[in-house]
Design a protein around this ligand. Structure first.
Ligand code: PEP
Ligand code: MN
Length: 352
């Protein structure tokens, strides 16, 4: 029998399984249009399944007589999987490449609070050699009483920041209804940790025509993160950048625990670029530089850093913002570490 695809699942029979038990599994698989390839050993038989894995998952295979184990060997995500797309992707963000072989710095204010504050932060980002500006007009705050962002006015300021510095921009989009508006101002749409599994938002972002930065949910596994990216990719674009930003653990000495392992682990599973946000990971200024250095050493394709001209007056995340005094030295260190792991600084966007 010719195999119509890859083996996606394996059923392992126990040592007491007889012909009838094996046939029972084969019939179940064939009944949903699948193919079953029986490989009989002296003691144990395994059955490889080819076909629609989602249909196989609905079958009661694990409960059939003398089935010892049912193992999914294929990945549940396809478009973002490295197994089907071996070469790492480079995502073009308004003329700046993010991905394999290069190292990119994204910097700017957490929130756009006023024109003066945001323009000053943009100049700081430019001075440190950043390639892409961040700045949020819509803030996803844990408290409804916290500053929520300047909305459309914030987007206008973001555009001015871009025109002033010649840098492309990234900003957060919170709701499906805002995607079109935000996409008309920014070069890269960001989906935050609290929205990682907001599937209608992911679909809308995937249809926007702009690349998407997808932050890891603070309590999500790497597989859940990649499945969320698959939602975006299914809409037609794999221009997706994954951003690790710390996860919830038992540790409460800092805001989140930066999962450094996620950088090489995710890169092994997906062709998408993986970057790190050391500012939101620790939530503390003193942790930003060490976490950023570790992330670049671990292979992060970019680092996204909060900067603020006067963090004491910040309306959002002041304690983690870097100031003018901190950034130049950090940028030099990060470029040196990037070079040591085989990455060249990204090229700056040509001024349009
Ligand atoms: C941010 O980058 O400003 C932000 C809100 O991040 P996160 O979604 O990771 O908390
Ligand atoms: Mn923030």
């Amino acid at each position: 029998m010719a195999r119509k695809g890859d083996i996606e699942m394996v059923v392992v029979m126990d040592t007491k399984a007889g012909e009838a038990d094996i046939d029972r599994v084969v019939r179940e698989v064939e009944a949903v249009g699948g193919q079953a390839f029986v490989s009989a050993g002296k003691l144990r038989t395994v059955i490889g399944l080819v076909g629609d894995t989602e249909r196989f998952m609905e079958l009661p295979l694990a409960t059939l007589p003398h089935v010892e184990q049912v193992i999914r060997v294929g990945k549940p995500y396809k478009l973002v999987a490295r197994e089907l797309h071996h070469e790492a992707s480079v995502v073009n963000v308004g003329g700046v490449g993010v991905g394999e072989g290069t190292f990119t710095i994204i910097a700017g204010p957490c929130a756009i609070e006023s024109e003066a504050q945001a323009m000053e932060a943009a100049r700081m980002a430019q001075e440190m050699g950043a390639h892409i500006l961040r700045g949020d007009a819509y803030k996803h705050r844990s408290s409804p009483y916290s500053f929520q962002g300047l909305a459309r006015r914030g987007l206008e300021i973001l555009k001015e920041m871009s025109l002033e510095t010649g840098m492309p921009t990234v900003t957060e989009v919170l709701e499906p209804a805002d995607v079109e508006l935000v996409a008309s101002y920014a070069d890269l749409l960001r989906v935050g940790t609290r929205n990682m599994q907001n599937f209608p938002l992911l679909r809308e972002c995937g249809r926007s025509g702009k690349p998407v930065m997808l932050k890891r949910g603070m309590a999500s596994t790497i597989e859940e993160w990649l499945m969320a990216a698959e939602y975006v990719a299914r809409e037609g674009s794999t221009d997706i950048i994954l951003c690790e930003r710390g996860i919830r653990t038992f540790e409460d000495a800092y805001r989140n625990t930066l999962d450094i392992s996620a950088v090489p682990a995710a890169k092994a599973l997906t062709h998408l670029p993986v970057i790190v946000d050391p500012s939101h990971s620790g939530g503390r200024k003193d942790l930003v530089a060490p976490l950023a250095r570790a992330a670049v050493a671990a292979g992060a394709d970019a680092i996204m850093i909060d900067v603020h001209p006067d963090p004491r007056t910040a309306l959002c995340d002041g304690p983690q913002a870097l100031t003018r005094d901190d950034i130049a030295e950090l940028a030099t260190e990060l470029f040196a570490i990037a070079e040591a792991v085989g990455k060249k600084p990204a090229t700056h966007a040509a001024r349009g």
